[in-house]
Design a protein around this ligand. Structure first.
Ligand code: AMP
Length: 209
């Protein structure tokens, strides 16, 4: 199964991707996570991406396409994969078409103000990658990861200023993908305002239909 997840920042892509990966036994490819790893390691690529990411913009199509092309050829993608955060532009989608035949594209839709509120309340474990949200998915002990006990951190781009810019970037650059995949008849749209479990159910129902 080869899937793409589309949605504005904090629409719930990462949360749903983690569940779908378990359900279908496929690989999770988050281009945002891959870029953050490069930034943390201080690689040349990370240095190039860092300031664009912090400002809420998009790294170049060329760079991200090269990363994805290499990643989907790895062994763990043999059973399929879910692309979380890629493509984000029509150019990226067109290049992806040349690389693979997608089965479905899931679009998680939610209003801007809700996403902004969620985004600034988001916390991540720097060690195991678990994600929390102070509003609706808090850790048991405030500021501490339930899974591994590490102190939780906030993403540098989860501020109100960068968040607004990222939502704007989504509307300008990524929303056209909804039409792009809609026309191909492979789009499943789900309401991102439903409870997390309901969203997962709606996606799985759509994929298994
Ligand atoms: P995410 O974790 O998906 O919210 O991605 C974090 C940041 O990484 C984005 O705001 C972009 O700056 C960058 N990024 C991730 N995926 C892409 C992509 N497909 N194209 C361009 N930039 C990306």
């Amino acid at each position: 199964m080869k899937l793409v997840l589309i949605g504005a920042p904090a629409a719930g892509k990462g949360t749903q991707a983690a569940r779908l990966v378990k359900h279908y036994g496929i690989a999770h490819i988050s281009t945002g996570d891959m870029l953050r790893e490069e930034v943390a390691k201080g690689t040349e690529l990370g240095k190039q991406a860092q300031s664009v990411m912090a400002a809420g913009g998009l790294v170049s199509d060329e760079l991200i396409i090269a990363i994805v092309k290499e990643r989907i050829q790895q062994d763990d993608c043999k059973n399929g994969f879910i692309l979380d955060g890629f493509p984000r532009t029509v150019v990226q989608a067109e290049k992806l078409e040349e690389m693979v035949k997608l089965d479905k594209v899931v679009y998680i839709n939610a209003p801007d103000e809700v996403m902004l509120e969620r985004l600034t309340a988001r916390q991540t474990c720097p060690k195991c990658g678990a994600t929390y949200n102070k509003l609706f998915l808090p850790s048991k002990v405030e500021g501490v990861c339930d899974v591994c006990g590490t102190a939780l951190t906030q993403r540098k781009d989860d501020t109100e200023e960068a968040g607004r810019k990222r939502i704007q970037t989504f509307h300008e650059q990524s929303e056209p993908l909804v039409g792009f995949y809609g026309e191909k008849g492979i789009l499943i749209e789900v309401d991102g305002m439903m409870p997390i479990d309901e969203i997962t159910k709606a996606i799985i129902n759509g994929l298994d239909a």
